[in-house]
Write a protein that binds this ligand. Structure first.
Ligand SMILES: [Zn+2]
Length: 216
C-alpha cells in the first residue's frame, strides 16, 4: 500500500506526547496501522519525549494511579474481561486499530442517498466524535463546510477533491476553511474513519433538507 497523504507533524507530535483527546487518538492510530513512515516518526518522537522524562526528578504518584494505568493498558491490548466477553467489534471493517475491538459495536445507518454512517462510541468523554462513513461508487458528497476540524482515514475505496486523490491508508485533514466537494472514484464502496469536532454544515437546498438527518 502506498500512502500519499499523512497527518501534519504537529498532530503526530501531539499523539506521541499524549496531548490529544481520544477521538483524535483513534484517527491517528488508524493511520499508523497502514503507514510505516508515520509509525517511525511517532517512535522517534516518543524516544525524545522518553529521554526528556528520564532526565526529570522523580515525583510521587497519586493513590490508585498504577491500577488505573494497568486497566488502560489491558483495555488497549484487548486483555480485559469485557473484551473477551464481547469479542471483536467492527470485525467486518479491515484497517482499524486493534484496541477498537473492545469498543461497543454498532450498525450502519442511512444518512443520505448512497451514504451510510456507523458511529464509534468512545469509552470516555471526548470533544471529538468518531464514525465510519461508507459511500457508494460515483457518490458526490453534498458540498459541505465544517465549523471545527475533520480527520479522514481512508480504509477502502478512494475519493478525490481539490486537495488530490485519497486511497487506502491516506489521511485527510480539513479545518473550517475547507469547503469539500468530494467524489467517490473507486469501483467499490469507499469506507473512511472520520474524527470530527464542531458541526457539519451542508450547503444548498438538498443539504438543508438533509441537515436534521445527519445529527449524531
Ligand atoms: Zn503517514
Amino acid at each position: 500500500m502506498t500512502v500519499h497523504h499523512h497527518p501534519p507533524d504537529e498532530l503526530l507530535a501531539a499523539f506521541a506526547a499524549g496531548t490529544i483527546d481520544l477521538g483524535q487518538h483513534v484517527a491517528i492510530a488508524t493511520h499508523l496501522v497502514s503507514c510505516a513512515k508515520c509509525r517511525g516518526a511517532v517512535r522517534a518522537m516518543e524516544h525524545v519525549g522518553g529521554a526528556v522524562l528520564a532526565a526529570l526528578p522523580p515525583t510521587a504518584m497519586s493513590d490508585g494511579s498504577f491500577e488505573a494505568l494497568q486497566r488502560r493498558l489491558d483495555e488497549a491490548s484487548g486483555n480485559s474481561a469485557a473484551v473477551r466477553r464481547r469479542g471483536r467489534a467492527f470485525r467486518d471493517v479491515p484497517g482499524l486499530p486493534d484496541f477498537l475491538d473492545s469498543y461497543p459495536d454498532s450498525s450502519w445507518r442511512w444518512i443520505a442517498p448512497k451514504v451510510h454512517l456507523r458511529p464509534i462510541r468512545l469509552p470516555e468523554q471526548s470533544a471529538t466524535r468518531v464514525f465510519l462513513l461508507r459511500s457508494s461508487p460515483g457518490t458526490r458528497m453534498i458540498e459541505h463546510t465544517h465549523t471545527g476540524f475533520e480527520m479522514t482515514c481512508v480504509l477502502s475505496g478512494s475519493f478525490v477533491h481539490a486537495g488530490g486523490w485519497f486511497g487506502p491508508g491516506d489521511f485527510d485533514f480539513g479545518d473550517g476553511a475547507v469547503d469539500h466537494d468530494i467524489r467517490i472514484d473507486s469501483a467499490e464502496d469507499c469506507i473512511c474513519l472520520v474524527a470530527m469536532q464542531g458541526d457539519l454544515r451542508l450547503n444548498g437546498v438538498i443539504g438543508r433538507l438533509l441537515q436534521p438527518l445527519i445529527r449524531m
